[in-house]
Design a protein around this ligand. Structure first.
Ligand SMILES: NC(=O)c1ccc[n+]([C@@H]2O[C@H](COP(=O)([O-])OP(=O)(O)OC[C@H]3O[C@@H](n4cnc5c(N)ncnc54)[C@H](O)[C@@H]3O)[C@@H](O)[C@H]2O)c1
Length: 330
């Protein structure tokens, strides 16, 4: 393999660390850049780790000068919707300006392949479900706006400079490494499954269910949960597609199947064998009733489908990691 050196920004985070582990398993040599603002050094299981901040263009350029980088997977970002509403400029800086520092260094060193972590948040409140990539983009918070804006910047870099990109719009990342060596650790945690598992281990007394009167079969929100190992696979396969001359593209990464909050709670109780008391809470502003991907485009382009995203596999891998994270015995 000649194109082995992959720069992974945000590789000490949840999705980045799982992708790094999979890159290593497939014989790539990842170089990880992370400022550890929300990531953890211990999640990086191999490759070269460089603690640096993408806000610093000189540091980014130096990394490209010191390494022969063949392609980039760009995970680094600020990712809390609520925080983005409170601190929009922080989100524009970290999610847009930092990406532009990266693109400038790539162009200066003739690196022209990038896989970008986008999000279902670019669609806003969907008009049609399942959501296809052509669905109008109408993000309803600064987080989604930064992802949509950076996609535009990638398109203009393709037009102006021949940059080749794949933007992967993920739905809800979930699950953990099947070996439980690494996993999901967000502080504060806002994701449904780790919050449910915190109740299962007794760290919190109950799980708040935000909105129980939606127009869905059980009244709770429906989301498309994609196993983090399926996401890692989608990154590496689209990277190979791009490096083999595939055209720039935007793809959803989801399963095409939605699960309600109540279904997740039931699955978590089944897998853990513990009770997870839920309390009803008001709807949160900006939570659409249902967000489910059409995953057909990625399947058509590279034959990718999710292999590990059955609910019980998501829950059991998350549970094995969560017990270790919280220091719990079986
Ligand atoms: N988790 C999800 O469900 C989900 C869904 C859609 C999109 N995404 C996107 O996927 C990507 C990864 O998300 P995650 O859940 O792994 O988040 P995460 O917070 O675990 O990972 C982000 C990583 O980027 C690093 N980072 C942030 N700013 C940086 C900077 N300026 N310089 C260097 N490193 C920096 C952090 O330290 C962290 O390790 C993000 O771009 C996010 O927007 C995540």
């Amino acid at each position: 393999m000649t194109s082995k050196n992959i720069l992974v920004t945000g590789g000490a985070g949840y999705i980045g660390s799982h992708t790094v582990k999979e890159l290593l398993r497939r014989g790539y040599e990842p170089i990880i850049i992370d400022n550890l603002s929300t990531g953890y050094r211990k999640l990086v299981v191999g490759g070269e780790f460089i603690q640096a901040d993408l806000r610093n263009p000189d540091a980014v350029r130096q990394i490209f000068s010191g390494h022969r980088i063949n392609a980039v997977i760009h995970f680094a970002a600020s990712c809390y919707v609520g925080e983005s509403v409170e601190k929009p400029m922080m989100y524009y800086e970290n999610n847009v300006l930092c990406g532009m520092n990266l693109l400038a260094a790539m162009l200066a060193h003739d690196v022209r392949c990038i896989i970008f972590s986008s999000s279902a948040a670019v669609y806003g409140n969907p008009i049609h479900v399942p959501i296809r990539e052509e669905h109008p983009q109408n993000p309803i918070n600064p987080y989604g706006q930064t992802k949509s804006l950076f996609e535009d910047i990638l398109r203009s870099h393709e037009r102006l400079y021949g940059m080749q990109f794949v933007s992967l719009r993920y739905f809800n990342a979930a699950g953990c490494d099947p070996e439980a060596e690494i996993g999901e650790t967000h502080e504060p945690e806002t994701h449904l499954i780790p919050l449910a598992l915190d109740v299962a281990v007794g760290r919190t007394p109950n799980l708040r269910v935000f909105g129980t009167d939606y127009d869905t079969p059980d009244g709770t929100c429906i989301r498309d949960f994609i196993h983090v190992c399926d996401l890692a696979d989608a990154h590496i396969r689209t990277l190979e597609y791009l490096m083999d001359g595939g055209a720039s593209a935007v793809f959803n990464v989801g399963t095409g199947t939605g699960h309600s909050v109540r279904e997740i709670i039931r699955a978590a109780e089944r897998v853990t064998g513990r009770s997870i008391p839920a309390v009803n809470a008001p709807r949160r502003p900006g939570d659409p009733p249902s967000l489910v991907a059409s995953a057909e485009k990625l399947k058509g382009a590279i034959g990718w489908t999710a292999q590990h995203s059955a609910l019980d596999e998501i829950l059991s891998t998350a549970w094995n990691w969560h017990k270790k994270l919280r220091g719990c015995a079986d």
